[in-house]
Design a protein around this ligand. Sequence first.
Ligand SMILES: C[S@@+](CC[C@H](N)C(=O)[O-])C[C@H]1O[C@@H](n2cnc3c(N)ncnc32)[C@H](O)[C@@H]1O
Length: 489
Amino acid sequence: MSVKDWKSKKEIVRLLYNEMSDEQVIVRIYYDQGNFNFTLEGLIDFYKYRWGKPGRPLLKRNNKYIHFFKVLSIELGLDEEVFGNQIVYGDLIDFMRALPVEGLERVRSAINNHEIEDKLIEKCIESELNLITKQFDEPSQNLNLNIEVPKSASWFAIYHKSGEKKKTIEQAFFNNSLDQSAFYQTPESVLRWQQIIEHPLYEGFDACKGTLKKFVKTSHWKSLINSKDFDGCIVLTGGGAPEKDLIITSSIINEITPKKPILHALIDTSSYMLSYSINFIEERINTNLNVLSSYIDFKFLECDIFQLSDLWLKKKGKNYCWFIPGGTLGNLSEKAVFELLASQCNEGDMLVLGIGIVPTSGRAEDIGRLKDQLIEEYKSDEVMDLLKIPIQSLCGVFNQKNNLVENVMKTWKLDVLEDNESSDVKGSLTPVASVELESKERVELFKSTRYDLDELILFAKKYRFEYINNISHGDESYCQVVFKREATR
Ligand SMILES: C[S@@+](CC[C@H](N)C(=O)[O-])C[C@H]1O[C@@H](n2cnc3c(N)ncnc32)[C@H](O)[C@@H]1O
């Protein structure tokens, strides 16, 4: 197998790189590509041994494939969960859709000015891309949903639940442990979170995005969003991951017929994480995804999910798809989350949970390896940076005069607890991070449970969530489990 539509992709690369003046990259891609071995075996090598995961042979960093595809995806501005994936496997139309707007415009003008002669590119530009834009534009006018917004203003408001008071750090601290929500209540937490998800050891974010891309291709999803009672998606603890929101909403725009406005709600306690999502989504709306604003009714609600009572965003008799992506379930009390879901979800609603999973074979050495990996992952500087501010606040709460954050950080410890010790779901593995304050008391900072899939399915069943399927993508320690809310018996 060779790289799909490679000749045309290469032509686009040549066109775009000429403007980017990175000589080295031009040389590699334009002149040197004949030296790359684009065979199936070569590519499997590239993906299989990427980053030298435990138990796998280490891939040398200077490997020509890594360098080639990494540079190529970065330079083209493609949003890829695995560098090179889209470039290799996607066809030309996927490749072109993933280009930044300026890139696509450049290709379009090059075709119009006969700077490049490539029948396939021409066909894609003329037929499919135009068709898509047209499809979106026409009904939006019919529906009269175009809103005029002054250029500098924000398109979206952040809604608050009336009467809800934000937890103070004291209120977020109970049973000697700190509530997750306390971590994201400062402006720089957004940056800290970004640094974590960009860290090579933290693969969860990319795995989640890749899995979502697969999920939106499943028949279960397509049949839900095309059903007459489908009204939208509600993402709990959803701030800070706008790429995922765009995967979901783009799929809705592409898949549903006839087009109708659909809710996409993010609920999160952190206004900073919500603002980050808003800015990211707005930027897309203002450029290539203009159409999103016409069909997707984005709503941003700053609220503790456990304080939700009657969610005004939902309509009676309608169905929703609920998401808790990114493994956040593992940071929370599963019992509390499922009680909340059980109180909110209607019969026929879908639930998509992103979870970390324990090795299915359950062999002692696999679990041991996972423990080592988790300890390594969580002691990164990026995780420490996220923890510093809440620790500082805790020192304030306890009036710890001599407890400089640096001193407290030195007492940082990660235990990996098994089974029910720190989770409501049997067979779990739970890394728990803690620090010691001056009073010598250990304070639990966060937990991040990995689940035994079968046990989680049984647990969900108690709350009338029936297992549909699970989806994974590249990373065997992460998956998305899909459930459907059943009727009362
Ligand atoms: C790990 S981060 C971001 C997760 C992100 N939505 C994703 O999919 O990758 C967890 C998010 O959960 C939010 N959060 C934690 N506890 C919450 C609660 N009780 N109610 C609402 N949001 C909460 C935090 O504010 C933060 O934005």
